[in-house]
Design a protein around this ligand. Structure first.
Ligand SMILES: Cc1cc2nc3c(=O)[nH]c(=O)nc-3n(C[C@H](O)[C@H](O)[C@H](O)COP(=O)(O)O)c2cc1C
Length: 170
């Protein structure tokens, strides 16, 4: 099964070249990719904080136990979820925001950047600290933090195809 796609290229990158800024143009490409994601009933239950301020990146590294790579990242995107309130699409925001996140990761790989998804929701203590840092008010929810920059490591591929996980129904 030959594949040569962004899916194979993408890795979680946790070490970046600290002197290589992520440009506004690059950030906008990532955000455009995010907002092209599918969402339940097209509710698009998301907002984004696009961060390049060094002080804030360092603060994220300080308060999130698994986002130390933000010390070398030169940008981060915080995906902020807007939980749906209308009856029909209620409860889908994690899937919608997850789809937007994956689009960002793949677009980053496509333009030579590295990125790492750092989980926030549903860990209460992380939600509280990120809420405080960026003044994110309820009902908005800090969903995750995506560390971004120019890779300074080339980790091996961790994802793989497992036939045993598939049931073919012919
Ligand atoms: C919901 C979610 C939360 C994650 N949280 C973190 C995190 O807090 N810190 C981190 O370094 N990696 C985090 N990761 C990245 C995973 O560890 C990584 O995707 C996995 O080990 C597979 O490696 P790969 O992304 O290079 O294929 C997270 C990934 C997902 C999908």
């Amino acid at each position: 099964m030959e594949m040569n796609t962004l899916f194979e290229k993408r890795r979680s990158i946790r070490k970046f070249q600290p002197d290589k800024p992520v440009t506004r143009e690059q950030l906008d490409r990532l955000l455009k990719a995010a907002m092209l994601a599918p969402s339940a009933c097209n509710t698009r239950p998301w907002e984004f904080l696009a961060i390049t301020k060094r002080e804030m990146l360092d603060k994220i590294a300080e308060i999130h136990p698994y986002a130390k790579m933000c010390e070398t990242a030169t940008a981060a995107i915080v995906v902020v979820a807007l939980p749906q309130t209308k009856e029909k699409p209620e409860g889908y925001f994690p899937q919608d925001c997850g789809a937007a996140t994956e689009n960002i990761l793949l677009e980053a790989a496509g333009i030579g950047l590295g990125a790492c998804w750092c989980g926030v929701y549903p860990r209460e203590e992380r939600m509280v600290s990120i809420r405080g840092l960026f003044n994110i008010q309820e009902p908005k929810i800090p969903f995750n933090i995506i560390a971004i920059g120019t890779p300074d490591e080339a980790p091996g591929q961790r994802g793989f195809f497992e036939a045993a996980k598939v049931t073919y129904i012919d």
